[in-house]
Structure formats: structure tokens, C-alpha cells
Design a protein around this ligand. Structure first.
Ligand code: ADP
Length: 196
């Protein structure tokens, strides 16, 4: 069905170090499978510095966004951030790279209708404290930006999910070679979406 195929997307999901240590990998896979997503690639990887620098690109927009979001959250609590948004974003980028360095994680590509948008919903808000129950971050953590900032580290939120279709395309290339991504039919899509 040509029309439906146009809506099939791929998203990159990482079960980070904290998810592996807490034995939550099966739970993460289950939530994507339950929603009807197809696993098309999966492996355990210890990312190199180069992979991490590509995965968290040195991007002004991203740094500004992360910095500004944090400034708002801190302001609500009456705490004034001394760093500029970009400086704070750069710090978070460095923390992210440090937190994924030197430790294996599990990388997945899931394929499905609206996989990026739905993947973000399955995962939940970046800050587990704000994440809704029913999401991975909202069901398995109470971590907060505030705590992470005090400890000068990244907020531990178990999982990464691509933020947009473009981001997913770029990220999948960082973590997987073309031949590591499989193409097969998922038969429950016939029932779910009238795929033929
Ligand atoms: P997401 O992972 O939900 O796409 P972002 O791309 O905004 O979120 O941020 C990437 C990662 O950086 C987050 O998953 C989180 O681990 C970390 N992070 C973002 N903002 C902060 C912050 N203010 N304090 C600590 N860690 C943060």
C-alpha cells in the first residue's frame, strides 16, 4: 500500500548505561514492540569519541535550546543560572558525551508508522520528573535537571529517541552500517494498518 508506506519512518533508540544497569532493556523493547514497531537493527556498542561527537553535534541551536529550557526551569525555582544559554548547552553536550563514553549501550532502529513522533511519546519528557506515567522515563525514574545540575552531570533518563525524521536519518548512519539494517515483513501490520 503505497500511501501507508509514505508514513513508515525509522527512529534510533539507545538504551543508555543506566537502563542496562537497571535491567530495563527488555522493558524498553517491549514498549516499542507493543506499539507495533518493527525492530530492523539492534546491537551492543561501546561508542567512540568520534561517534559521540557526531551523535551530539556541536550545534548552536541545540545548545541555545537546552540552555534556555534549563534557565526557565531554574528561574521557576528562584535559581539564577550564571552561564549563558550556549555555555550551558555546551556543558550538557560535554556531560552527555562523558556519560556515554567507555560503557556499552544497546542501539536499535525501530521502524513503524510515525515512528519518530510515537517513539518520543513512548520515551516521554527529557526530564523524568516531568515525564508522564505510562512513558519509559515517567515509569522508571524520578531524576530531575535540578539534581543533575547540582551534581554537574547529565540527567539520567534511560533512553535516547531521535527528535525528528532528519535527526533519525543522521543518527542511524552514525550507529549502523546499511547492511546491519534488515528488511522484512511484519505480518501484524496487515491487521493494524491493512498493509499488503
Ligand atoms: P532528549 O534526550 O529528550 O532528546 P535533549 O536532546 O534536549 O533531550 O537533551 C539530550 C540529553 O541531554 C538528555 O537526554 C539529557 O540526558 C541531557 N540533558 C538535557 N538537558 C539537561 C539539563 N538541563 N541537565 C542535565 N542533563 C540534561
Amino acid at each position: 500500500m503505497k500511501k501507508l508506506e509514505e508514513h513508515v519512518e525509522r527512529t534510533l533508540i539507545l538504551a543508555k548505561h543506566d537502563a542496562i544497569q537497571r535491567g530495563l532493556v527488555g522493558e524498553i523493547i517491549k514498549r516499542f514492540e507493543n506499539r507495533g514497531m518493527k525492530i530492523v537493527a539492534c546491537k551492543m556498542v561501546e561508542p567512540t569519541e568520534e561517534m559521540l561527537a557526531l551523535h551530539y553535534p556541536d550545534d548552536e541551536e541545540w545548545k541555545k535550546r537546552v540552555g534556555a529550557r534549563n534557565r526557565e526551569i531554574m528561574a521557576e525555582k528562584g535559581i539564577e543560572m550564571k552561564e549563558s544559554d550556549v555555555e550551558f548547552g555546551a556543558m550538557i553536550r560535554a556531560y552527555n558525551m562523558a556519560s556515554l563514553r567507555g560503557t556499552p549501550l544497546l542501539a536499535f532502529v525501530f521502524e513503524g508508522l510515525h515512528a519518530v513522533e510515537i517513539g518520543r511519546k513512548i520515551v516521554g519528557h527529557t526530564e523524568p520528573r516531568k515525564a508522564d506515567p505510562g512513558t519509559i522515563r515517567g515509569d522508571f525514574s524520578t531524576e530531575s535537571f535540578q539534581l543533575a545540575d547540582v551534581e554537574k552531570r547529565v540527567v539520567r533518563n534511560l533512553v535516547h529517541a531521535s527528535g525528528s525524521k532528519k535527526e533519525a536519518e543522521n543518527e542511524i548512519k552514525i550507529w549502523f552500517k546499511d547492511e546491519e539494517i534488515y528488511d522484512y515483513e511484519k505480518h501484524d501490520w496487515v491487521v493494524m494498518h491493512s498493509f499488503d
